[in-house]
Write a protein that binds this ligand. Sequence first.
Ligand code: ZN
Length: 77
Amino acid sequence: MRFLLRVLGVFLAIYAALTVLRSLLAAISPARPIRPASAGHLVKDPVCGTYVPEGSALKAENQFFCSEECRQKFIKS
Ligand SMILES: [Zn+2]
């Protein structure tokens, strides 16, 4: 019974340590905000070859463009 209590105590200590570690990590990393996948994902402009964040890219015919100029070029070609 004593052995079991000791094992339980070790487990509780590990669990507590992990919980503290996790909250420490959470306190350290909020400087890096979690962005939606669409904002950070880069898409390639087929006209000029520039990589643009999907969130700020112009879209036409399932393609992404860095600017209206490139979009017009693609539509006309
Ligand atoms: Zn472009």
